[in-house]
Ligand binder design. Structure first.
Ligand SMILES: [Zn+2]
Length: 172
């Protein structure tokens, strides 16, 4: 006989009693009919029990009363300093490496668009490439010509265009 044993028996019965709602809840969870309020109630019922009987069975009751992890208050999350914006001034593909700052205008007179490649705007550089390909590039259409300095040329259209192309081909 042992007082200790009797006490443990009593505690075990008490636990059984206390656990019954939990068992009921588990079966209801399995049946999908449980609600969160019920779950909270059971948890509240079990919390002091765990604290009381835990030490008897060598279980640390440390989970009770231990400080909750610090929570941030409401509001915007504290952010680390924003990453520095990528510095401009890096190498830019297709542009004249220069001190001109990119504000330069197209080399073609009266165009006025910003130059993009070799001193010409996108459209005029395309035209330059086409003229070069068809052996009709004017001598003054040089790379990196001064802004607004090169006379545009009017390309022939239709039959005249075909003729001009043929002549250019023969000339080349
Ligand atoms: Zn242009």
């Amino acid at each position: 006989m042992s007082v200790d044993k009797a006490f443990r028996e009593m505690v075990r019965n008490e636990i059984e009693l206390q656990l019954k709602p939990l068992r009921d809840l588990v079966s209801r969870l399995e049946a999908g009919t449980a609600d969160l309020d019920r779950l909270r109630t059971v948890a509240e019922q079990l919390a002091p029990l765990a604290g009381a009987v835990g030490p008897l069975f060598g279980v640390s009751a440390g989970s009770r009363g231990s400080p909750a992890p610090a929570r941030r208050g409401p509001g915007r999350p504290a952010r680390a300093a924003p990453a520095p914006v990528a510095a401009s001034g890096g190498k830019k593909r297709g542009r004249k490496p220069s001190s001109e700052g990119g504000a330069r205008e197209c080399a073609i007179k009266g165009c006025g668009k910003p130059s993009r490649t070799k001193g010409y705007c996108a459209a005029h550089y395309q035209k330059l490439r086409m003229l070069e390909k068809t052996n009709r590039r004017p001598n003054n259409w040089v790379d990196y010509a001064e802004p607004n300095s090169v006379e545009d040329i009017k390309l022939p259209r239709g039959r005249a265009a075909a003729k001009a192309l043929a002549e250019a081909k023969n000339a080349g």
